[in-house]
Design a protein around this ligand. Structure first.
Ligand SMILES: Cc1cc2nc3c(=O)[nH]c(=O)nc-3n(C[C@H](O)[C@H](O)[C@H](O)COP(=O)(O)OP(=O)(O)OC[C@H]3O[C@@H](n4cnc5c(N)ncnc54)[C@H](O)[C@@H]3O)c2cc1C
Length: 507
């Protein structure tokens, strides 16, 4: 469904991508400035939540729908298998189809960004913006009473494995523990970034929102942004502007930069793209939270409970543990259970336990397949390739933890028979938590891998910014939706000339 608004020929600012970062940034700029803002999204814009036109599967927080997926995968990069990388193509982006676990990571994650030369990005500055995200995404902590039989048994088994009760995943002080998750679910509805940040400003005269617009490349002259080339129904258009803010996500934003001639000179030359800025970091530093998984058939009682409980959210319980390689932060492993409606997805067993390495160091890469805006980029995840074997070791400790949890007698009864996978080595069984980040890394210009500075501006190009998960220099140790929104708000605050606490207070 395309928006009814018409593509303007000239605006002040264009925000590319209506996902977590883009909706947050565009919504805040539209609310607090009079500049003309154009928000462009490749997928449909279903309008305000109150309009009642959103598809049911995107609203239903019980399971992750794939109806609006971009269709990205690892192609030929992984030995003997193809790994899917789900990504939503719709207003709200991945927040419109994600698992709704609301997590903020730890103080150490943000303080590390500041220590790497990104002034104003430490936990003290980011805390008010994370508070804003809790409010806008309407985060609440689920209660033990809301847990299903499987989730409660998982929590008890986690206690038996040494994890204390903890339900504070949305707090910077959260530590090791297990308990109900904090979630952006409102009466069963997945509360996405479009509801959180675009609905309140849809009426503003300075905001134009257009769905089903594919952004091709940025028009740059003499090192300055002049406009944006887009495709609508296959037809090319140019919109002139003074500022472009990319928020196409960790796969989409580097692809647009590369098509625009900004990236590693050798890669651009190989695609016969004219070089505008030689930035070797574009598309590199692809971070994620690799996971190991244990699959189970589910006991007859469990299968019956899933069938008869219509409000069964499949995640809903999260554990955190500390490996012996953990950095100065409080934990570096997530343990979670997927058991419920999601198990209806092809290839997923009735119950799966996941263990994630939340401070993984391996770096993948995003490159262009070709220069066409209609081609999805190539994604090489390079899981477990860090030279010190850190990720491999953390994942094997995560697997040991899952094995101990699954052996607890009460939980083992719920899980039923294990469905072992043919394992060659741990690296070949790794899956992902769907948290790609880091491909337009923030850092000072002296860092050769840095793509944007601490104001979100692309090094060497005036008027060009990035405001999504790709900006993360290192990945936060939790689900990254809230941190991504807070980062986009941090960048918007600088553009608005506001400090983070003032923006958060007015946000
Ligand atoms: C299946 C899944 C489950 C997840 N579960 C959780 C969870 O429970 N909790 C959590 O915190 N995080 C979760 N995440 C991660 C989180 O949702 C994402 O990290 C976050 O939404 C990323 O925000 P973003 O702005 O970087 O990108 P996105 O939200 O992906 O936004 C990018 C937007 O840009 C658009 N776009 C891209 N290229 C173009 C182009 N050329 N032209 C126009 N538009 C374009 C896309 O269509 C998309 O709407 C999950 C992610 C997935 C995929």
């Amino acid at each position: 469904m395309a928006s009814s608004q018409i593509l303007p020929t000239e605006v002040h600012t264009i925000v590319v991508g209506g996902g977590t970062g883009g909706a947050t940034c565009a919504g805040l700029l539209a609310a607090h400035s009079t500049e003309s803002i154009l928000l462009l999204e490749a997928g449909p814009d279903y309008g305000p939540f109150q309009g009642g036109t959103w598809p049911h599967d995107l609203l239903d927080a019980r399971a992750i729908p794939l109806s609006h997926d971009w269709g990205l995968n690892s192609g030929d990069f992984c030995r003997d298998r193809v790994i899917d990388f789900p990504r939503a193509r719709v207003m709200g982006g991945c927040s419109a189809h994600n698992g709704c676990t609301a997590s903020v990571g730890a103080r150490a994650d943000y303080d590390e960004w500041e220590a790497a030369g990104n002034a104003g990005w430490g936990a003290a500055a980011m805390a008010p913006l994370l508070d804003l995200m809790r409010r806008r995404f309407r985060v609440r902590t689920l209660t033990v009473g809301e847990l299903t039989m499987a989730q409660a048994a998982f929590m008890r088994a986690g206690h038996a494995a040494g994890l204390p009760f903890a339900d504070d995943l949305d707090q910077l002080e959260a530590g090791v523990g297990i308990g109900p998750m904090t979630a952006n679910i409102v009466d069963g509805t997945r509360w996405n970034s479009s509801f959180a940040f675009i609905d309140p400003v849809r009426h503003r005269q300075n905001l134009t929102i257009l769905g089903e617009v594919m952004v091709d490349r940025i028009m740059i002259e003499q090192g300055e942004v002049r406009g944006l080339h887009v495709l609508i129904n296959g037809e090319a258009h140019l919109v002139r502007c003074a500022r472009v803010i990319l928020a196409g996500g960790a796969y989409g934003s580097p692809a647009i930069l590369l098509r625009s001639g900004i990236g590693p000179a050798g890669d651009l030359a190989a695609q016969q793209i004219e070089i505008v800025a030689d930035l070797p970091g574009v598309g590199g530093n692809l971070l994620d939270h690799p996971c190991v998984q244990l699959d189970f058939e589910g006991s007859p009682d469990f299968l019956e409970a899933v069938r008869t409980n219509p409000r069964h959210v499949d995640e809903q319980t999260v554990g955190r543990a500390k490996s012996d390689l953990c950095d100065s932060g409080p934990y570096d492993i997530h343990a979670f259970l997927v058991a419920g409606a999601n198990s209806g997805h092809v290839g997923l067993p009735p119950i799966t336990l996941y263990g994630g390495a939340m401070r993984a160091k391996s770096q993948g890469r995003v490159t262009l397949r070709d220069a066409s805006p209609l081609s999805v980029p190539l994604v090489d995840p390079r899981y477990c390739t860090d030279p010190d074997g850190h990720d491999h070791s953390v994942l094997s400790q995560a697997k040991d933890l899952l094995t101990a949890i699954s052996a607890e007698p009460g939980f083992a009864k719920v899980l039923g028979k294990a469905q072992p996978r043919p394992v060659v080595d741990l690296a070949t069984e790794v899956v992902n938590y769907c948290h790609p980040a880091g491909t337009c890394k923030m850092g000072p210009a002296r860092d050769p891998q840095a793509v944007v500075g601490s104001n979100g501006a692309v090094h060497g190009v005036s008027g060009l910014y990035v405001a999504d998960a790709s900006v993360m220099p290192t990945i936060t140790r939790g689900n990254i939706n809230l941190p991504t929104a807070a980062m986009a708000a941090r960048i918007a605050a600088t553009m608005l000339g506001m400090t983070p606490d003032v923006l958060a207070a007015h946000g």
